[in-house]
Design a protein around this ligand. Structure first.
Ligand code: SF4
Length: 392
């Protein structure tokens, strides 16, 4: 079957949610769609979505999950996040990369805030964290169109506000046809979701998000308004920001390298410099189960997949993120000591804060390593007795 593409429905305590899944990877990716989910859920879309997002299928098992089917009036993005957490539990997903688009990004913010143990890496695309004049005006007008049962206007206005002029020149001739298909039997679900969009306000809590986060948007977004991605990235310390110039709310469809950028972010491993040494000598011992489980998974990938890339960061990294000694981003209980180790590794092996192929950089380090250098870098580390067999 095509990437194991499967349609499903997951029962949660207060309802059920349509989902599709595909992919064969060891990791899990949860994708949360935008407001269009209020018009049509992902039901029956498994094969189409597996083709659209096949680039994620090798490294991840991907779940695209709709909001629950019977949304109650007044349901908030935070309530929806609680449903996604419940769905993950039912699907036996305990850890996942989470990728939310538009309203999906709002829900993803609350997943990372309220259930940090679930979210490994977070991708927030074309979304916002608090209200502004543009989104209130645009989404309120969509609610009015839906209340009047006017799908034609809703379809056209959504397209006009989302796509670039170049894409619209292709789409406009198709409006008469496209605006006649896809009309839902009821707009209730859409209206509830749209109201949740214009009451979403996670801004003040964004600094609770500690996992690595990619914030990605367009500088011409006529739905969210300007500067919303920058606003989010400014509040999440451990974030990376990508802004596409000239693209708007459908940037994730129009930017040719969008999925490549997301894939690079979620598949690359972030390592602080001295962990280039620890990942070679690690033998399964660590601070606690959570730590060793994570470090074992990371070292297995680094050692067994020759194509694994690492992003060197002069800060806490993907190993620190599951360490009981990490206090917050860029702050370890032994900060002075670990920073000293990092600085020595940088100086001896000329390591820069950039992306490397792990096997290449390890070869370069090992070519320069001597017993004296290793003693100088590692002798104050409590784990050094376990690394003696690796000494040159
Ligand atoms: S002890 Fe500090 S540097 Fe080492 S993994 Fe834990 S948080 Fe990171």
């Amino acid at each position: 079957m095509l990437y194991n593409a499967t349609n499903g429905i997951v029962e949660i305590e207060n309802g059920n949610m349509d989902f599709i899944s595909f992919g064969n990877g060891d990791k899990v990716l949860i994708m949360i769609p935008g407001l269009s989910d209020g018009l049509k859920t992902v039901k029956g879309m498994a094969k189409v979505m597996a083709m659209m997002y096949k680039c994620y299928a090798k490294s991840h098992k991907v779940y695209v999950i709709s909001r629950k089917n019977n949304l109650e009036k007044g349901y908030s993005t935070r309530d929806m996040a609680a449903d996604y957490k419940a769905a993950c539990e039912k699907l036996s997903v305990t850890k996942a990369d989470v990728f939310g688009v538009s309203q999906g990004g709002m829900i993803a913010q609350y997943l990372a805030i309220d259930y940090p143990e679930l979210v490994e890496k977070l991708v927030l695309a074309v979304t916002l964290s608090k209200q502004n004049e543009t989104v209130e005006k645009v989404v309120s007008s969509w609610i009015k169109m839906a209340e009047k049962n006017d799908y034609n206007s809703l379809f056209i206005d959504t397209a006009e506000k989302s796509y670039t002029e170049k894409r619209l020149r292709k789409y406009r001739p198709l409006y008469p046809l496209l605006s006649k298909i896809g009309k839902p039997k009821s707009f209730n679900r859409f209206i509830i979701q749209a109201n949740a969009c214009i009451t979403h306000n996670a801004y003040d809590e964004l600094d609770k998000i500690k996992c690595p986060t990619l914030v990605i948007g367009g500088d011409s977004d006529k739905v969210t308004g300007p500067g919303t991605s920058e606003e989010i990235a400014g509040k999440i310390k451990n974030s990376k920001l990508i802004i596409y110039k000239g693209l708007g709310h459908s940037m994730y469809e129009e930017a040719k390298d969008f999925n490549t950028k997301v894939m690079e972010f979620i598949s690359s491993i972030r390592l602080r410099p001295h962990h280039l040494l620890c990942t070679q000598s690690y033998s399964g011992k660590g601070y606690d189960n959570n730590f060793t489980e994570n470090m074992t998974a990371i070292t297995n990938r680094l050692r067994n997949d020759d194509n694994t890339t690492v992003d060197i960061v002069f800060s806490t990294d993907d190993i620190c993120s599951k360490c009981p000694r990490m206090i917050e981003v860029d702050l370890c209980e032994s900060n002075e000591k670990v920073k000293r180790l990092d600085e020595k590794v940088v100086a001896y092996f000329e390591i820069a804060e950039k992306r490397y192929l792990y096997q290449d950089i390890i070869r370069e380090i090992n070519a320069k390593m001597t017993s004296e250098i290793m003693d100088d870098i590692c002798s104050e580390c409590e784990w050094y007795p376990y690394c003696q067999t690796l000494k040159p």
